[in-house]
Design a protein around this ligand. Structure first.
Ligand code: UDX
Ligand code: UDX
Ligand code: ADP
Length: 466
């Protein structure tokens, strides 16, 4: 029997752990929730008025619960000792070396977290029961490995390992957490596993309707997360592939996307053509899926999913090639302004942002870049693009200054504020001919053309630029 109400902690105070636990604490004021991290600066920021991540609505939720039943701490061991439910939400990046480099997930942080839990449990002879919950995306059967680590190194403690993947998207994390389409809890198909699953599911049932709290076996839960991200990314690569065909044929990708999306079997979401998808999950999870398929002797399945990434890489490259070829095959020495660096709007996150690839390709063509993004920190852009280019980029805090004197503008993130910029004012301060390359289908093409711009917008078939 588990204690009631549960005490909950989370190892890892990142984009997933921080907001998830903050919402849980807000929704369950009688449950003590402690969020821990190895990184002292991160915890200090969570305890301050400037949180380490930007997410609409997050500040309010944290301020309401912090100090009441939500705590941020570096004392990981004390939290493990005290709590029954221990979420593990550490990063699982793609391996950069060794077996599976470039595809397999790097589980170093995960295993270290598991061993730490085991060590704490071992230090006491009558440790209370523990439910260890995978929150970070991990390869299928990781929970099994984790249970093996625990079983081998802490014999005295009663523990269960569950999988509870998170489906929140950045920029809408708080809404997603308040009103998730579903919560998924996977666990071992044993009476003890079932009890642990129900115990965790009951926490979510306090604010999520019961029929949306799904329970499955462990591996279904783990595989669902990879599959959901692969399907979402596949839709984007599919529409992006059609965007190229639209440009060639005279069709308009927005019209095509709308017209297919009203078919309820297809649905309207995730059909926006773009410069390519980014973010910490899609590429990583698909690579992970590809690696798993290869491991299980399914090369055809691996190839099938790999195409989603290949198409995305091509879309980013195609964008940069279009810029160069439209500008008379050379951008050498020309100022090009990048509007938007984050991988999507309403976040300051730049992990796998298509802007990195596009900027690097333009650098290779010897362009000089001015970058404006309303949320991405200057140091982040430097670190993403590399020290060698510092003297080739200007990072501006005002979009009009960023565009002044430029030969071209590339819109790479769909920030709302880019829709209402005064494009006439921008045009007047640019070199002529003035180009706009819209990687997000965000500007009003007719208006910009009337001002005098040469416009290229993804998936819109337009007259040759110049
Ligand atoms: C299809 C399109 O649905 C329709 O819009 C178009 O006008 C013509 O082509 P149809 O081929 O008649 O219609 O049937 P559909 O229900 O789409 O099924 C096509 C095939 O897919 C069938 O063999 C069906 O068994 C199979 N299928 C369908 C699956 O294997 N799994 C599914 O989830 C759905
Ligand atoms: C994604 C999943 O949506 C979420 O469920 C999972 O938990 C984590 O991964 P996230 O990466 O935060 O979330 O954002 P998402 O909204 O999915 O966008 C990912 C990328 O796809 C962005 O670069 C976005 O601009 C791009 N995108 C999205 C498109 O290019 N077109 C679309 O129609 C939708
Ligand atoms: P995600 O997007 O999955 O939330 P992040 O990289 O934003 O990933 O956050 C992961 C966090 O986990 C980092 O702040 C990192 O310092 C922390 N972390 C890594 N290993 C451990 C560990 N063993 N215990 C606690 N925190 C950890």
């Amino acid at each position: 029997a588990y204690p009631y109400p549960p005490k909950i902690c989370c190892l890892g105070a990142g984009y997933v752990g921080g907001p998830t636990m903050a919402v849980m604490a807000k929704m369950c004021p009688d449950i003590k929730v402690t969020v821990t991290d190895l990184n002292e600066r991160r915890i200090a920021a969570w305890n301050s008025s400037s949180l380490p991540i930007y997410e609409p609505g997050l500040q309010e939720v944290v301020e309401e619960a912090r100090g009441r039943n939500l705590f941020f701490s570096t004392d990981i061991d004390a939290a493990i000792q005290e709590c029954t439910i221990i979420f593990v939400s550490v990063a699982t990046p793609t391996k950069t070396s060794g077996i599976g480099a470039g595809e397999a997930a790097d589980l170093t942080y995960w295993e270290l977290a598991a061993r730490r839990i085991a060590a704490v449990c071992n230090a006491s002879s009558n440790m209370s029961p523990k439910i260890i919950v995978e929150k970070s995306t991990v390869p299928v059967r990781t929970a099994d490995a984790m249970a093996a680590v625990m079983a081998a190194s802490c014999k005295g403690t009663d523990f269960q390992v569950l999988s509870n993947p998170e489906f929140l998207a950045e920029g809408t994390a708080i809404d997603d957490l308040f009103k998730p389409d579903r919560v998924l809890v996977g666990g071992p198909v044993t009476p003890q596993g079932h009890a642990a699953v129900q115990y965790l599911a009951d926490v979510y049932r306090r604010w999520v309707p019961t029929e949306q709290v799904l329970t499955t076996n462990l591996w279904s839960a783990e595989l669902t997360k990879l599959t959901a991200n692969a399907f979402l990314a596949q839709r984007i690569s599919s529409i992006n592939s059609i965007s190229a065909l639209c440009e060639a044929t005279g069709a308009n990708v927005s019209e095509v996307a709308y017209a297919i999306g009203v078919d309820t079997r297809i649905g309207p979401k995730f059909l926006k053509a773009s410069v390519g998808f980014g973010g910490s999950c899609f590429q990583k999870d698909i690579l992970n899926l590809v690696y798993l398929c290869r491991q299980f002797g399914l090369p055809e399945v691996a190839e099938y999913w790999y195409q989603v990434i290949a198409m995305n890489d091509w879309q980013k490259k195609r964008f940069a090639i279009n810029v160069v070829s439209s500008m008379f095959n050379t951008v050498s020495g020309k100022k090009i302004t990048i509007l938007g660096f984050a991988f999507k709007k309403d976040t300051g996150d730049t992990r796998e942002t298509p802007a990195i690839d596009v900027c690097k390709m333009l650098f290779a063509e010897k362009a000089s870049l001015a970058i404006y993004d309303p949320k991405v920190a200057r140091e982040q852009i430097y670190s993403d693009l590399g020290k060698e280019v510092i003297d080739k980029i200007e990072i501006e805090t005002d979009p009009y200054i960023a565009c002044s004197g430029a030969h071209a503008i590339c819109i790479l993130t769909e920030w709302d504020e880019f829709k209402t910029l005064d494009y006439k004012r921008i045009y007047d301060q640019m070199q002529k001919p003035a180009f706009i390359f819209d990687g997000r289908n965000l500007i009003n093409i007719a208006e910009c053309q009337a001002i005098g711009f040469s416009v290229w917008s993804v998936g819109q078939s337009l007259k040759p630029l110049c």
